[in-house]
Design a protein around this ligand. Structure first.
Ligand SMILES: Cc1cc2nc3c(=O)[nH]c(=O)nc-3n(C[C@H](O)[C@H](O)[C@H](O)COP(=O)(O)O)c2cc1C
Length: 411
């Protein structure tokens, strides 16, 4: 896991050094971010030496004190994207208040807003600060938002008072990190076959027919599934996207190549999510030589390609199979028809003409039609979030379809 560790300005900041070591021993990579106040207690050099990575201390310039450049300017977004879990230990009353209110006035607070990763917060402060109504309220706001709070221990505090406020033990913090990351890895043990992108169907050696699919939706599904612990095989048409971390990618070009790649790997998959926009038709007789320019109209005869979703779902056994429907009209009607005729478990349907939906965008507006009759209309959201919702629905379908049959009583 890629953990970003936020260290804030309390006496317990020195304990974060040991935390870095312990996380690394578990195999996690740790990126440390320090607030300005934290640097009054421990130097960034300590964390840089332990983590083997540059410590981030500033939003506007790199930590070497150099001039701001584009790379440092967007670093909070880059770090947000590569963070699997944000841990803040020790967390001051101040950082808890800022997180609760959405203040973004330094690197750590901006990262908190920019990241969608789960968050673990281990507070440490004077007992009166911890018991203050403002802190209590801020902690509850974070908890209600899903942030895992590792309650401070009771005992003798650096300020000379006794009571709750001491940073929880490292074992307890590590256990909270483990628990939260495990809950995020609910697809561990699954093998998920994902298809993405368009296919290209040749007319002649230099021309082909393709559609406007960018592959972004399928790639978002592959990335989300890998982060949730699944083994992911991504069969991809030609797209301009990076392979998500931990994903095995198989490149294909034509509908027939995609079909072959999917059929071959389907047996090993427990879930198949077929998001590719596979050509429905291809030129019946692609020419071996370039078609010459002429003044007469040119007719190209097209033949249907094989329906991959229908072919694999026919004998899917206990696998969950998800198809996509890009529609321009009668979305619900067409999606329900597709669900039944293809023997799929879930159809992700979108009206590609809707605002914020469709090809080559980072957002989508979809409805999930599932086999048990549920229609889940999602508002416009980033494709990364749509991907998470699809995976949630897949797991729900799995539990519905594989639930033990109700027992009939003779009484
Ligand atoms: C010696 C000293 C120790 C401090 N210890 C803590 C502490 O344990 N917890 C806390 O919430 N604030 C503590 N503070 C106050 C914070 O450093 C202060 O609120 C600061 O603004 C926090 O900034 P940050 O949240 O950006 O790191 C301490 C201040 C001093 C001077």
């Amino acid at each position: 896991m890629r953990i970003t560790l936020g260290v804030t300005g309390g006496v317990a900041a020195y304990k974060a050094a040991e935390l870095v070591r312990r996380l690394q021993q578990k195999g996690d990579s740790v990126q440390v971010v320090m607030t300005r106040s934290a640097r009054e207690f421990v130097t960034p050099l300590t964390f840089a030496a332990l983590s083997g990575q540059r410590v981030i201390t500033d939003l506007f310039s790199d930590s070497s004190g150099g001039e701001p450049n584009l790379e440092s300017a967007i670093e909070h977004i880059a770090v947000a994207q590569r963070t699997d879990l944000l841990l803040v230990a020790p967390a001051t009353a101040d950082i808890i208040a800022k997180f609760a209110r959405g203040v973004a006035d330094d690197f750590l607070t901006t990262l908190y807003l920019a990241s969608t990763a789960p968050v673990v917060v281990a507070p440490a402060m004077n007992v009166n600060m911890w018991n203050h109504a403002a802190t209590r309220q801020n902690v509850e706001i974070l908890r209600a938002r899903g942030v895992k709070i590792v309650e401070p221990d009771e005992g003798y505090l650096a300020c000379g008072m006794t009571g709750p406020g001491r940073l929880a033990g490292l074992e307890e913090i590590l256990a909270a990190v483990h628990e939260v990351s495990k809950a995020q890895r609910d697809l561990e043990g699954e093998t998920i076959l994902v298809s993405a992108g368009p296919t290209c169907e040749d007319l002649d050696p230099v021309r082909f027919i393709r559609n406007r699919s960018s592959g972004k939706m399928g790639y978002a599904v592959a990335e989300a599934a890998a982060k949730r612990g699944a083994k992911v095989i991504l069969v991809s048409g030609p797209v301009n996207l990076e392979t998500p971390a931990g994903v095995e990618r198989v490149n294909v070009r034509t509908a027939e190549e995609m079909r072959h790649a999917i059929v071959q790997r389907f047996a090993d998959a427990s879930i198949a999510i077929l998001a590719a926009a596979v050509a429905d038709y291809r030129p019946a007789q692609p020419r071996a030589e370039k078609i010459k320019k002429g003044s007469a109209p040119l007719a190209v005869s097209l033949e249907p390609t094989t329906d991959i979703l229908a072919e694999v779902a026919k004998n899917k056994g206990s696998r969950i199979v998800v198809g996509f429907a890009a529609e321009t009209d009668h979305v619900a009607e067409n999606a329900r028809k597709k669900l039944a005729s293809k023997n799929a478990d879930l159809i992700v349907a979108n009206d590609v003409t809707a605002e914020g939906a469709g090809f080559d965008r980072d957002t989508n507006v979809v409805t999930l039609f599932s086999r048990d009759g549920r229609d889940l209309a999602l508002p416009k959201m980033p494709k990364s979030e749509v991907a998470q919702r699809i995976l949630d629905e897949v797991l729900r379908m799995r539990s519905v379809l594989h639930a033990p049959a109700p027992r009939h009583s003779n009484v």
